[in-house]
Design a binder for this molecule. Structure first.
Ligand code: TYD
Length: 135
C-alpha cells in the first residue's frame, strides 16, 4: 500500500535479551505527541473500524501477534506485526481494522497528535465519500 511502510528495526542483543529503538528523522518523519496501547487483546475480536483525516502513526507489537488490514478506499491489504522489532509507519487517510492472532497481544501506537475525535471517520460509507473527495 502507498504510504504504509513496514520497517524491521535492528535488534541490539545483550545478556540474552534484545533492544530496539526508532528515531525521528530515521524511521519516522513526524514527532510523536501521544503514545497509547491496546492490551489484553482477545483472539478474533476486531477493533479499529475507523480512519484518521490527519493523524500519522507508528504501530508496533511488543508482545503477541496482531494483524492489521488497511483500506485506501480502493483496495485492502493485510499487515502482520509478529515480532517486537517490526514497525508499521502509516500516513493519514487509511481505514483500518485489526485483530490479535495470539491471546493477550499488545499493540502500541505512537501518534503525531493529541487525541481529537474530530480527526476520526468512524463510518465506512462516509470514509469512502471522504477519500474520493481527496483524490
Ligand atoms: P479508538 O481509537 O476508537 O480505539 P480502537 O481503534 O482500538 O477501536 O478508541 C477507543 C476509545 O478510547 C474511544 O472512545 C476514544 C478513546 N480514546 C481516547 O480517549 N484517547 C486516545 O488517545 C485514544 C486512542 C482513544
Amino acid at each position: 500500500m502507498n504510504n504504509i511502510e513496514t520497517v524491521e528495526l535492528k535488534k541490539i542483543s545483550n545478556n540474552g535479551s534484545d533492544l530496539c529503538y526508532l528515531e525521528l528523522g530515521k524511521e519516522i518523519d513526524f514527532e510523536i505527541k501521544r503514545i497509547y496501547y491496546i492490551f489484553s487483546m482477545q483472539v478474533g475480536l476486531k477493533r479499529g473500524y475507523h480512519a484518521h483525516k490527519k493523524l500519522r502513526q507508528v504501530m508496533f507489537c511488543p508482545y503477541g501477534e496482531v494483524e492489521i488490514e488497511f483500506d485506501d478506499g480502493y483496495k485492502k491489504e493485510k499487515y502482520l506485526l509478529d515480532s517486537p522489532n517490526k514497525i508499521i509507519v502509516i500516513n493519514q487517510g487509511y481505514w483500518r481494522e485489526f485483530e490479535a492472532l495470539k491471546q493477550n497481544s499488545v499493540l502500541c501506537i505512537g501518534a503525531s497528535d493529541l487525541y481529537d475525535e474530530e480527526d476520526y471517520i468512524r463510518d465506512y460509507g462516509k470514509y469512502i465519500n471522504w477519500i474520493k473527495e481527496q483524490n
